[in-house]
Each structure stands twice: as C-alpha cells, then as structure tokens.
Design a protein around this ligand. Sequence first.
Ligand code: FAD
Ligand code: SF4
Length: 518
Amino acid sequence: MLRRLVVVLGDQLDERSAAFDGFDPACDALWMAEVRAEATVVWSHQARIALFLAAMRHFAESRRALGWTVHYHRSGQAPGQTLDEALAVDLDRLKPAELCWVEPGEWRVAEALRGLAERRGQAYRVCEDRHFLCSRRDFEGWMQGRRQPRLEHFYRWMRGRTGWLVEPDGQPTGGAWNFDADNREAFPAGGPGLRPTPLAFAPEALTAEVLAEVATRYGDHPGSLAHFDWPVTRAQALAALADFIGHRLADFGRYQDAMWTGEPWPRTLLFHSRLSAALNLKLLDPREVCCAALEAYAEGRAPLAAVEGFVRQILGWREYVRGLYWHRMPAYLESNALDAQQPLPAFYWTGDTAMNCLRQTLGETLAHGYAHHIQRLMVTGLYALLLGVRPREVHEWYLAIYVDAVEWVELPNTLGMSQHADGGFMASKPYVASGKYIDRMSDYCGGCVYRPDRASGEGACPVSTLYWDFLDRHQTRFRGHPRLKMQVNNWLRKDEAERQAIRAAAADLRAEQARQAE
Ligand code: FAD
Ligand code: SF4
C-alpha cells in the first residue's frame, strides 16, 4: 500500500523540500515525468530543455541512491502528453492514499495539479515552498494596504527580517541601504580585459545522454547545445557558487550594468554569478548563496557595495517578483497597459539583424541560453518596449529562451519591469533609453552600421528612432511623470520637421518588422 506519492516538478529539485518531511521510503515514493507539453508549452531553447531534464535525472538518481522509490518517466515514455494526463494514469496504477507536491512555480501547473486531484476525489496536500525567504502569505501581509508596492520598501523590510547587513541599532551596515552610487560603471575604453573564466561543467555520461536525446527530439527548437556547461547537480551548483564568490563577487556591483562584445564567458559575463538557473531549479538555497557573500564581506574578501548589491538581487528582487507574481496572477498574464500590438520581430529567434547590440545579445542568448540582466532589460527588452510588441509575445519569448526561465520570476520581470505592461505596478517607470545609453554602457555601437546619436536620416539608429517615437506615442501618459517628464519635454522641444522625420522612420521600421514576422 502506497501511503504518499510526492510529485517532484522539474524546478523543485530541493533536497530539503517540505514535501519530504516525514518521508518513509518503506511506504512513500516520488513521481517525476519528462512530459512533452512542458518542453513545448513555449518554443524552448534546447539548452533550457536539456538543463531541466539533466537536473531531474540526476536528482532522481540521488534519491534512488538513498533507497527511495522514484517512479520516473523519461522523454517519450510518459503515459500522456501533459503532466496531469501522465499523473492520472499512474494514480490509477499506484493508488496512493495521499498525493503531495510543493507549490509549483507556475499558476498553470498549480491549477492543473489541483484540478486533477479534485476531479478524481484524490486526497492531496500542497506544501509551502520553503526555498523562498518570504512565504506567499507573508508577502500578502506585507502588501496589505499598499496600492503601490516598491522594491526598496520590500527589500528594507526583508533586511530587517533577516538581520543581514543590519546593525544592532537597526541601521544599515555602512550607513546606507544601497550603494548604487558606487556601482554600475561602464568599462574603461579598452574593455574589461581578461577575466577569470567561470567554472564550466563538462557534460558527464548522464548529461551527455540527455543532450543527445534533446538534439534528436527537440532539434527544431531554437538555440544551441554546443556550449552546454551548466551545473546540473547540487554538488556542481555549490562549486559554481564558490567559484563566483572567490573570483567575481568583489567587482559584481561595480560592473553589473556593463556590456561588452564577445562570448558571455569569460568576457561579457564578467562579474555576474550565473547562478540563477541553479537557484531556480532549487539546487541552491538563496540563504546559502547570500550567506556566502556576507561571509566574504565579513572576511574582507569583497567590499560592502558589491555584497549589498548582490544580496539585493536575491533577498530583494528575487523574492519581490515572486510575491508579485502570485499576487497578480492569473490576470497579470493579460496585462497590456500601453496597448502594444506589434508582433515580436522574427530576428529574436535567429539573431539575424544589422543592429549590433541586438545581434550580440541574441547571439549569446541563442548560444548559451543566457544573457545578463542589462542585456535582457536594456537591449532585448528595451527594443521590444520601444517597438511596441505585444507583451504576451515578449513574455513567451523570455520564458522560452533563457535557461533560468520559470514563470514566477520571468513574467513579472518581462511584463512588469521590462515592458511596463502592468502600468507601473511593479516598477515606477518604463526603462526607456536611446542608443546613446547602449553606447555608454557597451562597445556595441562602435561595431554597428548605425549611429546611436542619429534618430532619423542616413545611418539612424533604430533604438534611438523608436525611443523618441515612444515618447511621442505615450506623451500624454508620461508628461506628468516625475522621472520621465524631462524626456517628454525634450521630445516636444524638437522642431516639427525632425519630429515628422522620426515618426516616419519609426513607422517604416514597424511596418518592415511586422512584415518579416508574418
Ligand atoms: P546575477 O546578476 O549574478 O544576480 C544574482 C542573482 O540575483 C540571480 O542569479 C538571480 O537569482 C537574482 N536576480 C537578479 N536580478 C533579478 C531580478 N530582476 N528578478 C529576480 N531575480 C533576480 N531571472 C531569472 O532567474 N529567470 C528569468 O526567467 C528571468 N527573466 C528575466 C526577464 C527580463 C525581461 C529581465 C529584465 C530579467 C529577467 N530575470 C530573470 C532577472 C535577471 O536578469 C536574471 O536573474 C539574471 O540575469 C541571471 O543571471 P545571473 O545569475 O548571472 O545573475
Ligand atoms: Fe544598437 Fe543603435 Fe548602437 Fe547599433 S547604434 S549597436 S542599433 S544602439
């Protein structure tokens, strides 16, 4: 008689999961499945599929090594195309007294599992996801009475709760809650120079087997498997964490917004941790990641500005977006406050464009399934926002194309932070900039056929054209906005002939890219 069947989803590979509390290998079992629908619900990058499958198989092996029973269906062997179809067949076969799972990271999956159990009259339990530092209930408590949540308020509250970088008198360590003034530099003219190569994890037998299967079964999906070197086990994830803390944390804040042409590692990746995928699969616990950075500060191995900046990403942003996701779903998915109706340009799937900033960022994305935050926000995200792409299409692209993409974290970043589709609920202003910003923060413009300082006429930079056009199209909404009104006024100060030329250039770009997307 099977007492408890624990469903372990691909992003729930947490050894300390609440679903394993009281787990008795004599009468309990795990259930895992590689179902096709989960790999194809968006047109996933091959490396994203491979990462999930390799990490799942390793996790199942690690549980079997403990003597646990794991009912595991490999690709093509699951009895059904969707998770609930496959699970339904096994519930008939295994007849567990109780079905149990941890809160999924996606509203759709949460509904599917709950719906299945309820339709069948199956006893079930949904465990809290202890991976996060702020539970969904605590986040809702924090949201009470707030019409306009802000990361900074949430982050300070979380600093107080954890006591991280907080002095006994309640004041922030170093006298400030953030040190952005010391951070976010561009590189000197010669670029970043040679940097330590991040630890790479060459695919061992099980991962190599997954890569071969993905190449066969999902070979028509975007992206490449040639550079696959992601950590797929907890031991590898811990090694990647130690490598980042030891070699790159110290300069993390200083250069976190800088971009540079070349392979993401060792050059463009620069000082980023590349830990998001391991965190989101739950191979790493956010507490151990933050504590490793805090320890480096305490021991004088990294400055406060870098450590605070890094901790803010995890204790602040990561927990904040998760709270907002569950607070706003399912309606969040449909947000389109700016009424953007343009299709996603076809080159997002190929990198085939003359715009060097996009070509570099998309090329790295397709090669690795990775781009750092500013590439996502201020290159691919910025262009889609300025062009006016339908937010749902932008969301589906981001969910498909990055190895760390799970909906709870991807969707608020895309719809809220990047596309302003929630009308400013998550982030107070749209992240808009002209090509001059990209020129300041990278070397991309130097290798481009366009000129970032031109918005119309010969050699006009499409980013700059669309930037002014965005301010034109949304001037009514933003002309009173404290952080955008100056930019709108700059637009209004241009003479009418220039404004007409920019409008015409933007209309041409939109028409051409819509035609190519068909
Ligand atoms: P680092 O720069 O080293 O940061 C350290 C860690 O902080 C990251 O590993 C991540 O866990 C966390 N973090 C940093 N910024 C954010 C943020 N804005 N939201 C949540 N966590 C953050 N992150 C994802 O994990 N999955 C996604 O699908 C995802 N989609 C994004 C889509 C868009 C449009 C944008 C603008 C950002 C998105 N991000 C996403 C956030 C961020 O870009 C990535 O977490 C980061 O680039 C991952 O690289 P890293 O591990 O080297 O991060
Ligand atoms: Fe991008 Fe414009 Fe710079 Fe070219 S000139 S790289 S299109 S910002």
